[in-house]
Design a protein around this ligand. Sequence first.
Ligand SMILES: Cc1ncc(COP(=O)(O)O)c(C=O)c1O
Length: 347
Amino acid sequence: MAEVNLDWTSLSFKYRKTDAIIVSRYKDGQWSKPEISKDFDFHFSAFAGIFHYANASFEGLKAFHGIDGKIRLFRPDENAKRLARSGKRLGMAYPSEEMFIEMCCMCVRENLAYLPPYGFGSSMYLRPVLLGVNPQLGIASSTEVLFCVMCAPVGTYSGAKILTPGTAVISRNYDRAAPNGTGSYKLAANYATSLYPYNMAHNQGYRELLFLDPATKTKIDEFGSSNFLAIKGNSYVTPLSDSVLPSITNKSLQAVAEDFGYTVEKRAVPVEELAEFDEVNACGTAVVITPICSVDDKLTLESTEIVKTYKIPSGDECGKASRKFYDRIRGIQDGLEEDTHNWCLVL
Ligand SMILES: Cc1ncc(COP(=O)(O)O)c(C=O)c1O
């Protein structure tokens, strides 16, 4: 294994070329044998559906180098299922769970030099993508599909110190998803539409953008690339909504919260309830949780006038319950804690 000269302490969530990607193509009703490719440039028609109609879905999961030297993939079966759901929604072929997991494992093995060692808080992010590649002109589901798993060594998403609270702003005049749309699927198209308001929020200094339910704009949905969760007394509260992506991190945190004796409430969360929470977090694969210290509400994202600021009592610290849940998840991923739910796949 070739040595790579990386400073494992300063990784953020950025593209970095590694050794190989793993590729399979679906054509004439079957998937080709997954291949290891050193060529990171795809070659397919300019008429491919991916370029015109966003016939694409992707996933994100992580591999960890444990304290015991073992390599663990966190819940790859869940990502496989979610990709299958997205593929169905796009009317495209998708890999079986077995093939998905096999290609993720191949990707880790072929890029071992880029798997951060234990102890730096870093990990290997795996990015499976499903792309419609046959030439077409009319709007149609792709009949030829490319499935590829690629990876990058990563640290914290924004480069911020882990569990450092950030601010959020509510998106009142931009929706992430449509009512009865594709918000609960991990389709590439969902992300393109969120870029404009996201850029605006970031330029105004906010870490996160909080989207509301697109039908009534009265309830909390989720952040642009992470779910919303809050702690209220002994309850773990997270929105139940058709337009929210089913986060695997959120699902895992809910199980951990129950293990700690918390009650999990999956229900509609009115915006005003922000005033009643003890702790608020964004959660997702990238950093597990990002504590939120305040949420601004404005009539429009463009407006300079803040109508209301919800100060979260945990303030500049990560909340105690959130910290406990975070430590348990990271402990399982790092092999420090017993994997009682059988979540990790040991390579
Ligand atoms: C819109 C959205 N919500 C939530 C999540 C968190 O999901 P997960 O915990 O599976 O990474 C992500 C990231 O994948 C996302 O893009």
